[in-house]
Write a protein that binds this ligand. Structure first.
Ligand code: UDP
Length: 238
């Protein structure tokens, strides 16, 4: 795996196409892969939480989800040239899965949000096979594990927010028969239309976070770690 390290957190340098190819092989070879989306907020959180740092680094693919990570790589002559956002990767996995008839399970978000996200994906992607949907406010974990296994899903998207989703995946991955496990944060809310993504020009120039901040001002405490992340990264790259 090709990785760069920022403040002790590994980030994969693979492009979207390289990742999709790898994931296809994971299913064909019936292996398991855990994907985590990395942004400055997660990296800074991991500075005070060693178990979170280890958990993130234990993932098989750590995608450069945040524009701050791409900036840090550019400033330190790294090889990460563009973002691979969680939501774009999720949608591309869904498109690829529809062609190969791989089965998908959606776990997480508020009741109804996961179901509406599933309906939306079915509208947008021909032949997509979503074999199960479960909101993220369940009590009986065993029941959910059995439901996922009984569905025969190859791909599990977990939208419980971070780091809960990453902890949930690492705790249960061995007992689940899926091949691809990906934490997708608020992606179901975006897919079903409850939260809008920034216009494409903002996504392209790395300022999607500004849009999200305007729409959800409560995210200020999450965004304000960005300057500190860049400063710390420039003074230390490991
Ligand atoms: N969520 C959930 N169960 C919980 C807590 C949160 O399913 O116990 C969902 C919540 O409804 C939302 C997602 O997790 O859909 C978190 O979204 P957010 O944008 O905060 O995640 P991030 O990508 O920032 O980690």
């Amino acid at each position: 795996m090709k990785n760069e390290k920022y403040l002790g957190v590994e980030v994969s340098t693979y492009s979207m196409d390289e990742i999709l190819l790898k994931l296809d092989n994971v299913i064909l070879e019936n292996k398991k892969t855990f994907i985590v989306a990395i942004n400055p907020e997660k990296i800074m959180k991991a500075q005070d939480d060693n178990s979170l740092l280890e958990l993130i680094n234990s993932a098989d693919l750590k995608i450069p989800d945040g524009s701050g990570v791409v900036l840090a790589s550019r400033l330190s002559n790294g090889n990460i040239k563009s973002r691979v956002t969680g939501i774009d990767l999720m949608k591309n996995i869904c498109i690829g899965a529809s062609k190969k008839k791989y089965k998908i399970f959606l776990l997480g978000a508020k009741p109804e949000v996961a179901r509406r996200a599933s309906e939306k994906l079915k509208e947008e992607i021909n032949d997509i096979q979503i074999v199960g949907v479960q909101d993220g406010y369940f009590k009986d974990e065993e029941k959910v594990i059995n439901e996922i296994n009984d569905s025969g899903a190859n791909i599990l998207f977990v939208a419980l927010g971070s780091p809960m989703q990453e902890k949930w995946i690492t705790k249960n991955m061995d007992r689940l028969n899926c091949n691809i496990f990906m934490g997708v944060g608020g992606s179901f809310d975006v897919i079903c239309g409850d939260i809008n993504r920034a216009p494409v020009w903002m996504q392209k120039c790395g300022s999607e976070w500004v849009y999200r901040l305007i729409k959800e001002p409560r995210r200020i405490s999450r965004v304000k770690v960005l300057p500190m992340f860049i400063l710390k990264t420039l003074s230390r790259r490991d």
